[in-house]
Design a protein around this ligand. Structure first.
Ligand code: GLY
Length: 346
């Protein structure tokens, strides 16, 4: 079934306890893992992703391999927001953004990539075989093809096609920009983030892992905001936006309205708060507060969630609005889904 992740959470709350435990996570209840390995990821769908990553981590594999394979697993499934099965842009094309970062500040990124199934692996290839960090569009595609990635059909998945047809009825794209921006009253908010039914039209998969060698790595992958302007790129492929890893301190990833995350260099900010001694939960909370402060009225209309993991294997999260969940796996018991605290309570 093809649902926005928020809808899935509402719907799935009844069935999830059978496979995992949903726990409210406050600063006191924050995960206090003292031993590696551990993998954390955004949303309840992260539980299945963590499972793939965990297979690598538990066998003393590297965090960078764990996050890549975990990200591949969701890129290979049909869902609204990650991989070629995701929702298209407003012209009907699926465009993918992803980035990856290892324990040595090596990073790779792709944006506006079409017809390639595993953008995270292309990002890793860029990281490992080129002097560059980021390739976009046609250049990224040609790089992928020349490195053995297969060109896939650009036909929409059945689910995405259905959603796109629904969207085309109104073709609503309402940038809340120019007049107020010109008057200097607000910052530029690129598109309506909240749909009529209260759900959000884009959710990103971000994963952070700490391996048995106590090395951190992260990955972030998405098809971006559904029905976005053609060429729009969000935070997910931006190092310091959708993902940042500092192996001395910790790592952070984000999900939600990318424009808002970019505005504050969100995940870099979270890691810097951890450098100042804040716990992962406190660091995410401070970054969200910074973001809300820019425009508290506007902030009620979009979702951003940060998830962080520090060098000790402690994790935490915080979001603008209720509904952001994250998955934590640190043992063979199958992991847990936690509900993040949020700035606004309803
Ligand atoms: N966070 C994903 C995006 O804004 O595209």
């Amino acid at each position: 079934m093809y649902k926005s992740r928020r809808k899935f959470l509402q719907h799935g709350a009844m069935i999830l306890p059978a496979i995992s435990m949903i726990t409210s996570c406050s600063s006191q209840e924050e995960e206090k893992a003292t031993t590696a390995p551990i993998v954390v990821s955004t949303w309840d769908s992260g539980l299945a992703v963590n499972k793939i990553a965990w297979e690598i981590l538990k066998n003393k594999g590297k965090a960078i391999d764990a996050v890549e394979k975990g990200a591949n697993s969701i890129e290979n499934t049909i869902n609204c927001c990650v991989g070629l099965g995701g929702n298209p842009d407003r012209d009907g094309h699926v465009t993918l953004d992803a980035c990856i970062m290892d324990e040595n500040y090596n990073c790779g990124s792709v944006a506006f990539l079409e017809k390639i199934k595993n953008p995270i692996s292309v990002a890793r290839k860029i990281m490992e075989t080129t002097p560059h960090v980021m390739l976009v569009g046609e250049g990224a595609y040609q790089f992928a093809i020349s490195n053995g990635f297969k060109s896939e059909s650009d036909q929409l998945s059945a689910d995405a096609s259905k959603e796109y047809k629904k969207w085309l009825v109104k073709s609503e794209y309402k940038p809340v920009i120019n007049i107020e921006k010109q008057q200097g009253k607000v910052n530029n908010h690129a598109a309506p983030a909240k749909l009529e039914d209260g759900s959000f039209n884009h959710d990103t998969m971000g994963l952070l892992a700490l391996d048995t060698q106590l090395n951190l790595s992260g990955a972030c992958t998405t098809s971006g905001m559904g029905f976005k302007m053609r060429g729009r790129v969000g935070d997910s492929p931006i190092i310091g936006g959708g993902l940042y890893v500092d192996n001395e301190i910790g790592a952070a990833t984000s999900s939600g309205q990318g424009e808002e995350v970019i505005r504050i260099c969100g995940t870099h900010l979270v890691v810097e708060y951890m450098r100042m001694g804040k716990s992962p939960h406190e660091a995410c909370k401070l970054a969200i507060e910074r973001l809300v402060k820019i425009n508290p009225v506007k902030a009620k209309t979009f979702q951003v969630g940060f998830l962080a993991l520090n060098k000790k294997g402690e994790c935490g999260a915080y979001a603008v609005l209720p509904g952001f969940a994250y998955s934590v796996t640190k043992g063979d018991e199958g992991g847990q889904v936690f509900q993040s605290e949020s700035y606004f309570k309803d």
